[in-house]
Design a binder for this molecule. Structure first.
Ligand code: ATP
Ligand code: ZN
Length: 286
């Protein structure tokens, strides 16, 4: 029987479409209409397993699937020991502390002795511990943003991509404590034939990701926000920074991944970026 590599992908949710798009752009075809639980690719020895994202690290760890595409947050929260073979750079989000209006947040120390609700107790506890903050972590599996209003928590730690949900629930994003994007995880114990298939798949993924459109972005920014802006832009050695006549302001330029573009744009606006100029890049090398 032909050796195949099995991949676990999210059945339906924020990761599904982009995971499948990525594999399709690697020239691997499969029937997505009959997306029940399993599917076989044509033209490449790949089997799909469509599951809930929370289960992906466990399945790969147990050998139910050889590899998987999952949010880094779910992987870290699972506590499993897998190899992260690629950061796929989609489904970017951050785990942020959010507090109700009137809560004076001055860093993680403000959470000392408080109750913090989250669906990511392992990640949150790790961060609190690292900062020597003792707090009660209240574990909830969903609707974290209502826990303050209903009185079971004083603050929350939840995934954010735009912050609208927080605002709608009377909360303010106080601090980003962790960043995530989709990653490809692989079992640490895979037979050589499967490893060879994975190498072929990764070669294609790398080619696709390199060729993905980037945008060139230019904007003016208060110099004090430079570090935060560099973190938002991410993935670059460093943006190019030029001083402006107006002291306290700088002009920043950098390439930005197209699929992260709007998220970056909104973040930069929040940081006070002005005169944002966006250009297509015709050709580019690493
Ligand atoms: P499932 O039914 O598979 O358990 P889910 O509801 O747990 O799905 P989704 O909401 O589809 O999961 O999110 C999947 C992943 O998408 C998250 O674990 C995270 O890595 C990423 N993500 C990106 N932006 C956000 C966001 N704003 N809120 C939550 N997750 C996000
Ligand atoms: Zn889930």
């Amino acid at each position: 029987m032909e050796t195949t590599l099995s991949i676990a992908v999210q059945k339906s949710g924020r990761l599904s479409e982009k995971s499948l798009d990525l594999i399709r752009s690697c020239g691997i075809d499969f029937n997505a209409d009959s997306r029940v639980l399993k599917a076989r690719a044509s033209g490449f020895p790949l089997d799909f397993l469509f599951v809930r994202d929370d289960d992906i690290p466990q399945y790969v760890s147990d050998g139910v699937a050889d590899i998987g595409i999952v949010g880094r947050n779910e992987y870290d929260e699972s506590g499993m020991d897998l190899e992260i073979v690629r950061d796929l750079r989609f489904a970017s989000c951050r785990l942020s502390i959010a507090v109700p209006h009137g809560f004076r947040y001055e860093g993680l120390e403000s959470l000392q002795g408080k109750r913090i609700a989250t669906s990511y107790p392992r990640i949150l506890s790790g961060i609190l511990e690292k900062h020597g903050v003792e707090a009660t972590v209240v574990v909830v599996s969903g609707s974290v943003e209502i826990t303050v209003e209903v009185g079971i928590a004083d603050a929350i730690a939840d995934l954010v991509s735009t912050g609208t949900t927080l605002k709608m629930n009377g909360l303010e994003e106080a601090e980003c404590i962790y960043r995530s994007s989709a990653v490809m995880v692989a079992s640490r114990s895979m037979p050589a034939e499967k490893k060879a298939i994975l190498s072929r798949l990764l070669e294609r993924i790398d080619a696709v990701m390199l060729a993905r459109h980037k945008k060139y972005i230019l904007f003016n920014l208060p110099a004090s926000k430079l570090e935060e802006a560099a973190a938002v832009i991410g993935g670059m050695k460093s943006p190019t920074v030029t001083p402006l006549m107006d002291e306290g302001w700088v002009s920043v330029q950098s390439a930005v991944d197209e699929d992260r573009f709007w998220a970056v744009f909104e973040e930069l606006r929040k940081l006070g970026a002005e005169g944002i100029l966006v250009m297509n890049i015709e050709k580019m090398t690493e």
